[in-house]
Design a protein around this ligand. Structure first.
Ligand SMILES: [Zn+2]
Length: 240
């Protein structure tokens, strides 16, 4: 299996049409007798732009997925207008949009996390009350009263959890086995940036750096007239 937007779409169709699985949002009520369920989760660690691509593909084939954005990412700025617009777009087409929480900064106290979700929803843009932890300390499966943790027991069991972490293809044969056996509920974590169609990881890294530099340059150009002349015009539309 290769990593690109075409193979992503093919994978989803394989799960949905060939294996007759239903894709769910984490905050969706389920009837008890429902079988063959899958939670498709996207943690956005690198690229909101590739998340937007995946969201459109899913929408075109009538699939709901779950997106988690980081407040303190080094690779993108969640308060950038284009990122907020992507969150709004994903939310409006029916995906679940929550926060990807760095426990080492925010901790895992219910009050703090709830305040963060409320503040974000009221002051920035609509989010659903669902969180996924970024690099959780021994998989934080704490169950909270006021919001959903995707690692709580209802959604997460190590045997039914698969991920494309480090752009590793190993999840694919394992997933096919679970689908064949009709196991449920499966939680599949796919990181949007890995599906951006650039196989060479050195090139991939260059593109992320270039996009970040272009964003900084564009900010400096707009806000500091006296250094504007030192900044070359450049394309900032990288899609990654
Ligand atoms: Zn993460």
């Amino acid at each position: 299996m290769s990593f690109n937007y075409e193979s992503f779409e093919k994978l989803l169709k394989e799960i949905k049409d060939q294996n007759r699985y239903t894709f769910l949002r984490f905050d969706q009520e389920i009837t008890e007798d429902k079988e063959r369920l899958i939670y498709l989760r996207h943690d956005i660690d690198i690229s909101p732009y590739s998340a937007n691509q995946l969201g459109k593909i899913e929408h075109s084939i009538n699939i709901k997925a779950n997106y988690f954005f980081q407040i303190g990412a080094e690779t993108y700025n969640i308060f950038n207008k284009s990122v907020i617009d992507i969150m709004k777009e994903l939310y409006s087409i029916g995906h679940c949009v929550g926060l990807h929480v760095d426990e080492s900064i925010l901790g895992d106290s219910e009050n703090k996390l709830l305040s963060t979700l409320k503040w974000f929803k009221e002051c920035i843009t609509d989010v659903n009350f669902v969180v996924s932890f970024h690099r959780p300390t021994n998989t934080n499966n704490k169950k909270f009263k006021s919001f959903i943790n995707v690692y709580q027991d209802d959604f997460f069991s190590p045997d039914l959890f698969l991920s494309d972490s480090r752009k590793n293809e190993d999840f694919y044969p394992k997933l096919l086995n679970l689908l064949k056996e009709g196991k449920s509920p499966i939680q599949l974590l796919l990181h949007p940036a890995w599906w951006y169609p650039e196989e060479d990881l050195a090139q991939f890294k260059e593109l992320v750096v270039k996009r970040r530099v272009a964003e900084l340059n564009s900010y400096l150009k707009k806000n500091f007239q006296n250094i504007k002349r030192y900044i070359k015009d450049e394309d900032s539309n990288f899609g990654l």
